[in-house]
Design a protein around this ligand. Structure first.
Ligand code: CP
Length: 292
């Protein structure tokens, strides 16, 4: 039984094992858990994809899902995250999926037997998003060695960028970054490319949403100006590699980081990523709950 908190804790072999299990679930494999297993999804931040695909994954695995809504829970009375998860553990919940706006919220959950699967922590990590991105890339190219992946946009506020940069580099891909300089963390300066260069030279182009909710001030750029300067425009898409693919964790701001007409174009894998998310989350839940 294992937590999944960050991509950093997974060795390359373990990442490949999760991707392989996800492929087997995609091909119809089922998991016989023996006795009933109970899980809960604790979302303290908005989500459509992560929350719904975890719920889909849990139902496909035949897990018992204990309903939890932050708005009607005793968190509203001031109960801590630790006491919330400890309570669920006491009543028999074996694994929780948590999304929280506090970076590394999981540091306060040490010592619990209930396994924690991180569904996103502030600007920190989003390991299951990263794993579904990796699965989508591997389906397309067969592996990661010698691939170049461009991550473009609001890098500083993106947990997806951080998780993907760690994992892709570990697996042998080259990661380059692009986007507005003011949203560019100093540690990635050596991997900076212009938007035009990075889109034309990369095998996978991953666009990121502007995370307005994590900004202390509003951007000086209008939507149109951002699109022209840093977005995947129709003309930039024409200069992509013939076999290059477009990724986006979503939700997408159509017409901002990507042209509306490109969201479902021939090279886009955005909805494939969401489909893969269910199988990845099945694999991660199995890993969290099985005795090994
Ligand atoms: N990609 C992603 O995490 O989407 P949600 O915020 O809708 O879960």
């Amino acid at each position: 039984m294992k937590d999944l908190l960050t991509m950093n804790e997974l060795a390359p072999e373990e990442i490949m094992n999760i991707l392989d299990q996800a492929e087997r679930f995609k091909d119809g494999e089922s998991w016989n858990q023996g006795t009933s297993k109970y899980v809960a999804n604790l979302f303290f931040e908005a989500s459509t994809r992560t929350k719904c695909s975890f719920e889909m994954a849990e139902r496909k695995l035949g897990l018992e899902v204990i309903p939890f809504e932050a708005q009607t829970s005793s968190v509203q009375k001031g109960e801590s995250l630790y006491d919330t998860v400890r309570t669920l553990e006491a009543i028999g919940v074996e694994a929780v999926v948590i999304r929280h706006d506090l970076e590394r919220y999981f540091d306060e959950l040490g010592g619990l037997k209930t396994k924690v699967i991180n569904g996103g922590d502030g600007c920190g990590n989003h390991p299951t998003q990263c794993l579904l991105d990796l699965l989508t890339i591997r389906q397309e190219f067969g592996g990661f060695e010698n691939l170049q992946v461009a991550i473009i946009g609001d890098i500083a506020h993106s947990r997806v960028a951080r998780s993907n940069a760690e994992a892709l580099t570990k697996l042998g891909a080259k990661v380059v970054f692009s986007g507005p300089r003011e949203w560019f963390p100093p540690e990635y300066q050596d991997s900076y490319m212009t938007v035009d260069e990075s889109i034309a030279a990369s095998d996978a182009v991953m666009l990121l949403r502007i995370q307005h909710e994590r900004h202390s001030s509003t951007s000086l750029l209008t939507r149109e100006e951002y699109h022209e300067s840093f977005g995947l425009t129709v003309s930039r898409k024409e200069r992509m590699k013939e076999k290059g693919i477009i990724l986006h964790p979503a939700p997408v701001n159509r017409g901002v980081e990507i042209a509306d007409s490109l969201v479902e174009c021939d090279q886009s894998r955005i909805f494939k990523q969401m489909e893969n998310g269910v199988f990845i989350r099945m694999a991660v839940l199995k890993r969290a709950l099985e005795n090994n």
